[in-house]
Ligand binder design. Structure first.
Ligand SMILES: [Zn+2]
Length: 454
């Protein structure tokens, strides 16, 4: 049977298909240790909403039946105790796992499991069959239950399916298919055995440390668990991940309220801690901006309050040049005028009939400048519209409120309550303009800090 393994087979009945909108009406769980059933448990659940008539007719679960049943909140803690630390197995597991996760999140509980979908397992082992629905499998494998379409009946069918598949295909093929689906990561040699188990599946930032606590790599994800484990899954290994696997000694994770907070923290930590691999990946980065006349200026020469009115930012001189070359072609601008080449007389563009002739006196510098300004407009770094600072708000059940505060396009800090936010802006020389943060800010909803602080 399923050797040395603790699994929880879960089946749910619900009021519909959408884990956000619909609710659970019945839960059944069968626990197996090394293939032996050690416990089973089921309960009807009061969804606290109506049950559509067509769903009542499929499951046989009526409003009258669930009226006296506990709500999901009331069984949530007990359910987590039953299934935590086990492989979560279900037919169409995304459905059941999604409903359970949503229900537990609403109840204020966090829960993470490795998920094994028995549809995918069946499809992987028996790809010759088109359908892997429970009805097809019942017929194909002569499975049997008295209670089809009720949670415990369907859970029993999944247990039978696992047994049949393992018997038919043998332990080795069965386990290989299972590991492919679970993407079981291979544990890097110097990590403790449980290092990859407890990583939460929520947004956040992770740090891989090598010997002597040297940061090797910092990354972010909307799903820490999946992302961290993907570094060590055999399927997706690249040269960097192979190196990380050999050198890693410790993993640190930090849970964030959302993707934006994770991006900010990642950018900050990379700047502060200079992890070896991130540094290598960014070694060609040297941020520049372009001034109103098209000249390239290294950003290191400017402080954040000087940046509005410049154009960019671009991650390298080369990147800025290629943008200027594009503009030159589009707007008939002059190559020597833009500083793209240094020569006397007709520029390279003029020889190709692409320069309107600034270099040979055929056009006035004012009209050249007017077209350049037009072309650069979409790259302009605007003045920061919030003199008193601005913030972005994020909230998650796990972390509570997060207020990310900005002055002059610069990230100042993340605070857990509005009382924590400093009343006065930091000195200009302490503000650091991060191009990646600037780019993020154009995509989020900034609000004036006055709204919070007063
Ligand atoms: Zn020219």
């Amino acid at each position: 049977m399923l050797n040395m393994e603790r699994i929880a087979i879960v089946d749910l009945e619900t009021t519909g298909m959408d884990p956000l909108r619909d609710r659970i009406t019945e839960v059944a769980v069968i626990l197996l240790d090394d293939g032996q059933e050690v416990a089973r448990w089921q309960t009807l659940v009061n969804p606290l909403v109506g049950i559509p008539a067509q769903i009542q007719s499929i499951t046989g679960i009526t409003p009258a039946m669930v009226r006296g049943a506990p709500s999901f909140d009331q069984i949530a803690e007990f359910l987590v105790e039953k299934i935590k630390g086990r492989i979560f197995v279900a037919h169409n597991a995304r459905f059941d796992y999604g409903f359970i996760k949503q229900g537990l999140t609403r109840a204020g509980l966090s829960f993470t499991a490795d998920v094994l979908c028995s549809v995918r397992l069946s499809r992987r082992l028996e790809p010759q069959h088109a359908s892997h629905s429970l009805d097809s499998l019942i017929e194909r494998h002569r499975l049997h239950t008295e209670y089809r379409h009720r949670a415990m009946g369907d859970a029993e069918l999944v247990v039978q399916l696992l047994n049949v598949l393992q018997r038919r295909h043998g332990h080795e093929a069965f386990n290989a298919a299972k590991h492919r689906i679970l993407k079981t990561p291979s544990l890097p040699p110097h990590l403790p055995i449980d290092a990859l188990d407890s990583i939460p599946d929520c947004p956040g930032v992770y740090v891989f440390y090598g010997v002597n606590e040297q940061p090797l790599y910092i990354g972010k994800s909307i799903n820490l668990r999946e992302r961290v484990r993907s570094h060590f899954s055999n399927d997706y290994r690249n040269a960097n991940d192979a190196r990380l696997s050999a050198e890693i000694r410790r993993i640190q994770t930090h849970v964030c309220a959302g993707e934006f907070g994770a991006l900010l923290l990642e950018a900050n930590w990379i700047r502060e801690r200079l992890p070896t691999l991130n540094k290598a990946l960014r070694k060609n980065e040297q941020w520049v901006v372009v001034d109103t006349t098209g000249q390239i200026v290294p950003m290191a020469q400017l402080n954040s309050s000087q940046l509005p009115g410049f154009f960019g930012p671009f991650s390298s001189k080369r990147g800025a040049k290629s943008v200027l070359e594009g503009l030159a072609a589009e707007y008939q601008l002059c190559w020597t005028g833009l500083g793209l080449e240094k020569r006397e007389g007709a520029c390279f563009g003029f020889q190709l009939k692409k320069c309107a002739g600034l270099c040979v006196g055929l056009e006035a510098s004012s009209s050249h400048q007017a077209r350049l300004s037009q072309g650069l407009a979409k790259w302009e770094i605007p003045r920061f519209a919030f003199a008193g600072g601005a913030f972005v708000h994020e909230h998650s059940v796990l972390t509570g409120d997060r207020f990310h505060v900005f002055y002059d396009w610069c990230f100042v800090g993340t605070y857990t309550s509005k009382e924590q936010i400093p009343k006065t802006p930091p000195p200009t020389d302490q503000l650091s303009f991060e191009p990646s943060v600037f780019r993020l800010l154009s995509k989020v909803d900034l609000q004036p800090l006055e709204v919070l602080v007063t």
